[in-house]
Design a protein around this ligand. Structure first.
Ligand code: DTR
Ligand code: CA
Ligand code: ZN
Ligand code: ZN
Length: 439
């Protein structure tokens, strides 16, 4: 896990409460103002979200007309989303599972930074049914959180919480991907997830504006956002247990989300407040071949995309101006082969302008008997090597030390590696942590 920990950590709960308090009372036309302290979410471009939907439509069209689990169109969808996130500086991972005789894929994307013990997660299922391209169900949610994630990167947003995004596989087969993720998450990791936001169908052609009635803080964040737009919302009751928030809710993670309606019929009262057609389904193409890019209401997609960005910013707090001191850390253990090949631990530095400093603090934490076996190098993003330890120290154990490196000739942003090689047999160990501090 590649984590940057800003020097200051604001009282997130107080900020979120402030932000929530600041949302009521704004005029019906203005976008809700953010309360003092919480960074303002950017507007999410409808055109950008629709472009992602066009791309997902093309993927379906080129792969038998769908993006269903186990089909080529699903894997192509995952690869499409992953490529954009990798290019934007996210730490991505593909989690595989097997269901109905085929390999499924969850894509998890972590934004470097924030408190690793306070994770705000947003997710959408990326798979469609076999009968169609699944643009509203659920290209809409997938595209909206993708564009929100890209907006975080463009803004260099440094929230107090750690941001994680997920695109789930095989939701249509029974929430298989999200269940697999939650079931395989250590209890300690589950407890770090302070909120899970789910977005499954947010651009329905005859839209409703439904807010999940689960965690009250998350629910209020969305309801107050829409109140600021002068839009009445309703609580979403039909979907309880029917989308990817359910596995998180079942293990006690606070959940919330938005929904624009599926095959249920819009009432006259709902048409009065939301427009559209009474007596007609919110989405007449639900699970059908006509769930294409033509099956989207632009206003609902735009409003919900902006509401998602607002919730991510508000519930993660933090500021868009990167703090002066920045810390990037990778705490994943990497075992060191005895008298074998070199191994590395990587941190992706983002949001630091210009070159690295002449006093870059390199935190090394290696657990290893007989440290005289080891050669330890810092490798800069361009491949330059700075030797930190060269087989000194004899039979003493472990290297837990901060080295000061003059890295002023190196561009700061990029993938920095700690490279460790064990050059003698019998003693073994692992990289426990690797940390870079930019003063
Ligand atoms: N998006 C649907 C699951 C779903 C979520 N909320 C509702 C409400 C009513 C019907 C279906 C749903 C799917 O993935 O099939
Ligand atoms: Ca927008
Ligand atoms: Zn569905
Ligand atoms: Zn769905």
């Amino acid at each position: 896990m590649n984590i940057s920990v800003p020097r200051r950590v604001t009282a997130v709960a107080a900020l979120a409460a402030l932000a929530l308090a600041g949302l009521t009372g704004t005029s019906a036309t203005a976008r809700p103002a953010e309360a003092a302290g919480a960074a303002a979410a950017p507007d999410i471009s409808l055109a950008a979200v629709k472009q992602h939907l066009t791309d997902l439509q093309s993927i379906a069209t080129s792969n038998g007309g769908n993006r269903a689990h186990g089909r080529a169109g699903y894997k192509a969808s995952i690869d499409f989303v992953k490529a954009k996130l990798d290019a934007a500086g996210y730490t991505t991972s593909l989690q595989t599972f097997t269901t109905s005789g085929a390999t499924g894929y969850n894509l998890i994307a972590d934004w470097p930074g924030g408190d690793p013990n306070q994770v705000l997660m947003s997710g959408s299922h990326l798979d469609s049914v076999t009968s169609g391209p699944g643009i509203n169900d659920n290209g809409s949610g997938s595209a909206a959180i993708l564009e929100t994630a890209l907006a975080v990167s463009r803004a260099g947003y440094q929230p107090s919480k750690h941001l994680r995004f997920a695109w789930w596989g095989a939701e249509e087969l029974g929430l298989v991907g999200s269940k697999y993720y939650v079931n395989n998450l250590a209890t300690t990791e589950r407890s770090k997830i302070k909120g899970y936001l789910n977005f499954d169908m947010i651009g329905s052609p005859n839209p409703g504006y439904f807010v999940y009635d689960d965690d009250p803080t998350i629910e209020k964040t969305f309801k107050d956002y829409y109140a600021g737009l002068g839009i009445q919302t309703e609580i979403e009751t039909e979907g309880d247990g029917r989308s990817d928030h359910a596995p998180f809710k079942n293990v006690g993670v606070p959940v919330g989300g938005l929904f624009s309606g599926a095959d249920y019929t819009k009432t006259s009262a709902q048409a009065q407040k939301w427009g559209g057609t009474a007596g007609q389904a919110f989405d007449r193409c639900y699970h059908s071949s006509c769930d294409t890019t033509a099956n989207i209401n632009d206003t609902a997609l735009d409003r919900n995309s902006d509401a998602i960005a607002h919730a991510v910013w508000t519930l993660s707090a933090g500021s868009t101006t990167p703090p002066t001191g920045k810390v990037f850390e990778n705490t994943a253990d990497v075992s060191i082969p005895d008298n074998g090949a070199a191994v590395t631990s990587t941190v992706n530095v983002t949001g630091v302008t210009g070159n690295a400093p002449s006093n870059l603090a390199v935190g090394v934490d290696i657990v290893h008997t007989y440290k005289g076996d080891l050669i330890v190098d810092l490798v800069a993003p361009d491949g330059s090597v700075y030797n930190l330890h060269n087989r000194t120290g004899g039979s003493a154990d472990n290297i837990v030390q901060t080295y000061t490196v003059n890295a002023s000739s190196e561009v700061a942003n990029g993938a920095w590696k700690l490279r460790v090689q064990d050059k003698a047999s019998a003693d073994t160990g692992y990289i426990n942590a690797f940390k870079l501090t930019f003063p």
